[in-house]
Design a protein around this ligand. Structure first.
Ligand code: BDR
Ligand code: CA
Length: 313
């Protein structure tokens, strides 16, 4: 399975990338970066660091540093640390290994080179994907699919994390997200409804550190910062594994319950970034939009077991 990983590393982005890089059926074609958990220089540096550290051969391509709504949002330092990776010490990064060009052009070129074969896993703001669509709308039909970590649809009574209404990746660029949900590619949204079911407890993280070699240890070290945030603000023992679930969906969609219907994103107002799925496209604001899949439930035990097996294997 050919995959482009679009990311804003990010501690859970790093967890997801390690997992993705170890999945035997996945052929990673490129890692595209976007502003989010750090500014674009930070997320790109982090992606280059992780590529090197995890022994990934696919290139890193720098993506959007500004979002389509033109509204700057501060990085979530309290969640991911000032460097985006839980403030673990990073070595000097050789930026000459960065592949020239932009993320959106890379997405276009790659979808055109492998029609029908490439799945985009997007675990940050959806700016690069929307830019690709704006430059070359025809590419939507060439994608095998798009799996995003994003949204909060209220299916398990849970709404936003960054505001009471909105999830961070969607809130970060709601205009881009609305365009991505409205395009002619099949989208699967893995949102807070299901990601909050996956808690990697502090014991579980310690085990990854113990049994997962030096990369398992890196995940455990980065997670210490993340776990402090979850403990202090949400009373959770451990961390929520948001982004890794988009990767799980690629290989085990049967562990997810989904609902089909068109999705809109609120692009202004106090609930900006809210994601709303309709059952049909009869309402004018949803009319003519493609039906997309939203995850409503998950087999948490199976996911946690699989992640442990792959990362420590
Ligand atoms: C999402 O926001 C980011 O901070 C995380 O990496 C994840 O992609 C969760 O809302
Ligand atoms: Ca992310």
């Amino acid at each position: 399975m050919k995959v482009i990983f679009d990311t804003d590393p990010g501690i859970d982005d790093a967890m997801a990338l390690l997992y993705l890089s170890k999945l035997p059926k996945v052929e990673l074609l490129g890692i595209t970066t976007v502003v989010g958990n750090a500014d674009i220089n930070g997320t790109t540096r982090n992606a280059l660091f992780l590529k090197e550290r995890f022994g990934i051969s696919a290139p890193v391509i720098r993506g959007a540093g500004e979002t389509l709504d033109g509204v700057a949002k501060p990085a979530a330092d309290a969640v991911h640390g000032a460097n985006g990776l839980g403030d673990v010490l990073l070595p000097m990064i050789d930026e000459t290994t960065l592949r020239p060009g932009t993320a959106s052009d890379f997405i276009i070129e790659t979808l055109r080179a492998h029609p029908g074969e490439v799945t985009i896993v997007a675990v940050g703001r959806m700016t690069n994907l929307a830019l690709a669509l704006r430059k070359d709308p025809g590419v939507a039909k060439l994608a095998n699919g798009v799996v995003i970590m994003g949204g909060a649809f209220g299916y398990k009574g849970r709404l936003g994390n960054v505001t009471p209404a909105a999830e961070a990746n969607i809130h970060g660029d709601p205009v881009a997200a609305d365009e991505v949900f409205g395009a002619a590619w099949p989208v699967v949204a893995v949102g807070l409804d299901v990601t909050h079911e996956i808690v990697l407890s502090n014991d579980y993280l310690a085990e990854l550190g113990r049994d997962g070699g030096e990369n398992g240890q890196l995940i455990a070290d980065m997670s210490a910062y993340y776990a402090r945030f979850y403990g202090e603000f949400l009373g959770i023992d451990g961390v929520v594994g948001h982004d890794l679930l988009a990767v799980t969906y690629l290989v085990h969609p049967e562990w997810f319950t989904t609902r089909l219907g068109p999705v809109r994103v609120l692009t202004d107002g106090i609930a900006v970034g809210q994601t709303i799925q309709a059952v049909s496209d009869r309402h004018p604001a949803w009319a003519g939009r493609p039906a997309q899949l939203v995850c409503t439930d998950i087999d948490a035990e199976a996911v946690l077991e699989h992640y442990r097996t792959i990362v420590t294997g």
